[in-house]
Design a binder for this molecule. Structure first.
Ligand SMILES: O=C(O)CCC(=O)C(=O)O
Length: 282
């Protein structure tokens, strides 16, 4: 459950931090499992992930990842001959997007009663986990995530998306922590959407981007194990990680199970309405 202080911060600022959501041993287990997934990953199915240029990079591999476990490379992982410049395990940007349903280790971590209780305390009635990502933010080449609102990507009617982001390492300004604009969830209406075109295996943005500048944002520095919960309209970003330290995080995105989820949202799952969190708690 969220404390009253956390609840009012979430309401006012659009985000809040829950200290020590994950224990050291849970972190170790998740990190070891992510490493195993990356080890097993067949490099021939290459895809690169960026948020500002998705139309160019989005391909079948990306668009089909909503109900799969797939690895995506950092954009700067390759030299001009398309060879990896470093080890595969230091080249992956993220693993997505259904770890929470398909991988037993991530499933056990994701579907905890305390997650369900937190979701209820930020206003969910019947929360559903629509997406999960393991984000590596690799040392030296970790790509920037440009300012955005998650409702652009996980749009529902009414809007219901929120991110539950767990730091698996200390996240500081140095190794590219999250940044955000407190109050942006009420300040900026979000009419931008990221849509798929099922015939062409293409994606496109509709609506206007505000011109948010990361320099106007506040850093959200947290310790390993802390959880940041952010509203789907909260404007956030992260810079490139130019440091020698990685910044691993695991993020679960929730929506309201009974909200309408359009068929042209980029992320599709089969079936789309998988069980709500309540039915999956072990
Ligand atoms: O971890 C990051 O750098 C960005 C995460 C993010 O933007 C999100 O989960 O919506």
């Amino acid at each position: 459950m969220l404390s009253e202080k956390n609840k009012s911060k979430y309401k006012k600022d659009g985000y809040t931090v829950i200290p020590q959501y994950a224990s050291a041993s849970q972190i170790e287990i998740l990190r070891a499992e992510a490493e195993r997934i990356i080890d097993d990953f067949d490099m021939r199915s290459v895809s690169i992930f960026t948020t500002d240029n998705q139309t160019d990079f989005a391909d079948q591999y990306f668009l089909e990842s909503g109900d799969k476990i797939r690895c995506f490379f950092e954009e700067n992982a390759f030299d001009d001959k398309q060879h990896l410049i470093t080890d595969k395990k230091l080249s992956i940007n993220k693993i997505g997007h259904a770890l929470h349903d398909l991988n037993p280790v991530f499933k056990a971590f994701s579907y905890q009663r305390k997650l369900y209780d937190l979701a209820l305390s930020v206003g969910y009635v019947n929360p559903l986990m629509i997406q999960s990502m393991y984000i590596c933010k690799q040392p030296g080449i970790g790509g920037a995530v440009h300012a955005h609102q998650d409702s652009t990507f996980l749009y529902t009617e009414p809007k219901s998306c929120a991110g539950f982001w767990v730091a698996l390492e200390d996240a500081s300004i140095e190794n590219a922590c999250l940044w955000g604009i407190p109050g942006s969830h009420t300040q900026y209406k979000n009419d931008r959407r990221y849509l798929r075109n099922n015939d062409a295996y293409k994606t496109e943005f509709t609506g206007e981007w505000e011109n948010w500048n990361i320099e106007d944002m506040m850093p959200i520095e947290v310790k390993a194990g802390d959880m940041v919960i952010f509203d789907g309209n909260f404007v956030h970003a992260s810079k490139e990680n130019l440091s020698a330290k990685s910044r691993h995080a695991y993020v679960m995105h929730l929506i309201e199970a009974d909200a309408y989820y359009p068929k042209d949202n980029w992320l599709q799952r089969d079936p789309i309405n998988t069980q709500s969190i309540k039915d999956c708690i072990t």
